[in-house]
Design a protein around this ligand. Structure first.
Ligand code: KIV
Length: 511
């Protein structure tokens, strides 16, 4: 009988700690809905003490999302635990996740505390959190660089205090499978009361080994794995949910372990997280990258045509990706068909949003011969983003070419009022960005600019992703259009709106 592994998704907490990936509370709720459809067991919704916006998002998710246990992160401090407990209060099933570093380097330089003091603080935090729920997870931060004997002692003490899950973070991604697997095995063999708790893996990807380490943890006795959609997370990211789930699904001969994930929801989740965080998925990313199911070599194509399994270990359908990009709607399609197709893609829009999205779809269908699912996803996700915008792009006109000075004229709407300005730049996109900066009175630094076609063909939608830095914080955003200058302006305005949101929410403290 296969062991059932608990999937603990931390896209909305560790994932959101990716530089530039901040999400608004409504965007977090949208992703949480998709994570519930995906079938994650535990959904870590945020770190409520970090900002009022994060506390609000956790509270809304706890109130709205049915199915997964909702978790929130807290340091081993009473105020953190109080705020987490309050945010989680409406959840049917809730978990408080407490962390405190245990490694020598963190003890000496960060916490300036001795072993005994760390153990005492961990125990008292777990005991305090038990007042609010009996589902408590404890993470000894930087566990993989902690002395094993001390780690065993702390784990034993927090389990005695009431922790029901003990998570073993490889916080800095330093572990390798040959070390991380035995670390988990050592805990299973040396912590006397380990039968009262589940061992969990949490692996960062600094050496590109997060998935491999997590699988080694599972093979050595871990019953829970922490992961994120697309592997997003602090620095080089976290273990990728889709990679772990598909490895377990495809290799029962090695792991004899199963999950409750509905794999056909993976692609939708990946696409949604990428769009709402503004973080593009690299084309060769395992499972969800654009090239993951494409075959270029003649020998491979021949093999695929003769028998798919010659060069494919899983089907695109198994992760919810249509084999061929399906033409779903055209310019004669009606509102009803449009709504039905969106529902099939996992999007729920209110009447006003649907009306607006439908108008955009008609507009696009006039410009493009074929409208694909990816086009629809781009329209809807932009629509959802726009509902919370401070600035709306109304009009963009540029003139550029050899021998002319690139100039942009931009019209924005703010609080129902139209504002307009024009400026020159090094090219049409630069001219747009200079104009917008002047109009909104902000001068962020453009860190990244990437352009790609959403679908195939000369009339494809262009998608621009930008990453901006403003006063030490970073934001990412995207924009789509058949006109790449307009897509560039949309992405920039959307990023400006995110900066505005962080300004009004009073900023966010990182873990
Ligand atoms: O990387 C880490 O140590 C963490 C813990 C809070 C689980 O994110």
């Amino acid at each position: 009988m296969a062991r059932r592994i608990t999937i603990f998704d931390t896209t909305l907490r560790d994932g959101e700690q990716s530089p530039g990936a901040s999400l608004t509370p409504p965007q977090k709720l949208e992703i949480a809905r998709q994570l519930a459809r995906l079938g994650v067991d535990v959904l870590e919704a945020g770190f409520p003490i970090s900002s009022p916006g994060d506390a609000e998002a956790v509270h809304t998710i706890a109130k709205t999302i049915k199915g997964p246990v909702i978790a929130a992160l807290a340091r081993a401090l009473k105020p953190d635990i109080d705020v987490a407990a309050k945010a989680l209060a409406p959840a049917k099933e809730r978990r408080i996740h407490i962390f405190l570093a245990t490694s020598p380097i963190h003890r000496k330089f960060k916490l300036r505390k001795a072993m005994e003091e760390i153990q005492r603080l961990a125990v008292s935090a777990v005991k305090y959190a038990r007042r609010f729920t009996d589902n408590i997870e404890f993470s000894p931060e930087d566990a993989s660089r902690t002395e094993p004997e001390f780690l065993y002692r702390v784990l034993e003490a927090v389990i005695d205090a009431g922790a029901t899950t003990v998570n073993i973070p490889d916080t800095v991604g330093y572990a390798v499978p040959e070390v991380y697997g035995p670390l988990i095995r050592g805990i299973a063999n040396n912590v006397s009361n380990i039968d009262k708790a589940i061992i969990s893996c949490h692996c960062q990807n600094d050496l590109g080994l997060a998935t491999a380490n997590s699988l080694a943890g599972i093979a050595n006795g871990a019953g829970q794995v922490e992961c994120t959609i697309n592997g997003i997370g602090e620095r080089a990211g976290n273990a990728s949910l889709e990679e772990i789930v598909m490895a377990l699904a495809l290799r029962p001969d090695v792991y004899n372990a199963s999950t409750g994930i509905r794999t056909k929801e993976i692609y939708k989740a990946s696409r949604m997280v990428s769009t709402l965080t503004g973080m593009l998925v690299q084309p060769n990313k395992a499972i969800v990258g654009e090239n993951a199911f494409r075959h270029e070599s003649g020998i491979h194509q021949d093999g695929i045509l003769k028998h798919r399994q010659t060069y494919e270990i899983m089907s695109a359908e198994s992760i919810g990706l249509n084999d061929a990009q399906t033409l779903v709607l055209g310019k004669h399609s009606g509102r009803h068909a449009f709504r039905q197709r969106l529902q099939a893609l996992g999007y729920e829009l209110g009447d006003a949003q649907l009306q607006h999205a439908f108008a955009r779809f008609k507009d696009l269908a006039d410009k493009k011969k074929e409208v694909f699912d990816e086009d629809l996803a781009a329209i809807v996700e932009e629509e959802q983003g726009e509902a919370r915008e401070t600035y709306k792009l109304v009009y963009v006109h540029t003139s550029a070419g050899s021998g002319t000075v690139p100039t942009a004229t931009i019209k924005l709407e703010k609080d129902g009022k139209l504002i307009q300005d024009a400026a020159c730049g090094d090219g049409p996109v630069d001219a747009c960005y200079k104009t917008i900066n002047r109009m909104v009175g902000l001068h962020p630094e453009l860190l990244d600019y990437a352009l790609r076609a959403v679908t195939k063909g000369q009339d494809a939608l262009g998608e621009v992703a930008v990453r901006l830095r403003h006063k030490g914080g970073e934001v990412s955003a995207r924009g789509t259009s058949t006109d790449i200058v307009e897509a560039s302006a949309k992405a920039y305005v959307s990023a400006i709106n995110k900066i505005e949101q962080t300004r009004t929410a009073g900023g966010k403290r990182r873990r």
